[in-house]
Ligand binder design. Structure first.
Ligand SMILES: [Zn+2]
Length: 176
């Protein structure tokens, strides 16, 4: 393939990724349930987010939801990922805990169980959180005492191994 053609193909890929993101964004924007949550949040699609590998999105304590332009996802997956981040904000998950990793895992499971019950969008992962999850604090306490947490992992929007809630105030980057 010539250089020009290669560039053209790359651009088309980027355009498709952007189109799919936009469609997903419109999907969640038109969902009544999320309207109030949007009043406190801002969705950005920017390259400088410092996303983990395969990460779709990160949510900042100040309400900024950063979406990874390099990530490929279907519109339903974007809608679901943005909804997931909105729910972290709406369910007041930004409360410090002694074990932040376990707290994030517990919150991911509660959010995804909620979205599963609602049948909203399309999960970007395989499987589903274990049944019987209702309360973040209770699950958090259980996770802190559980050695093998594997069945609870992989339900965050930042990829399999990274927390998707960013507590540090100065990491939003949108002012830089
Ligand atoms: Zn999450």
């Amino acid at each position: 393939m010539s250089n020009v053609k290669q560039k053209q193909a790359q651009k088309e890929q980027h355009d498709i990724a952007l189109e799919q993101f936009k469609m997903g964004y419109m999907m969640i924007r038109s969902e009544l349930m999320f309207i109030d949550l949007f009043s406190e949040a801002r969705v950005l699609r920017d390259i400088s987010g410092g996303y983990p590998k395969n990460g779709l999105a990160l949510v900042m304590k100040d309400g900024v939801i950063r979406c990874n332009p390099e990530a490929r996802a279907e519109p339903g997956e974007w809608a679901r990922a943005i909804g997931h981040c909105l729910l972290h904000l709406g369910m007041e998950h930004f409360t410090p805990h002694e074990s932040p990793i376990e707290w994030n895992i517990a919150c991911d499971c509660v959010v995804e169980k909620f979205l599963n019950d609602l049948k909203f969008g399309k999960p970007w992962y395989f499987g589903a959180p274990p049944s019987g999850i209702s309360d973040e604090e209770r699950l958090y306490n259980r996770l802190c005492e559980t050695v093998d947490k594997s069945e609870y992992l992989g339900f965050g929007t930042a990829g399999a191994d990274a927390p998707d809630m960013v507590f540090a105030e100065n990491q939003s980057g949108h002012t830089r």
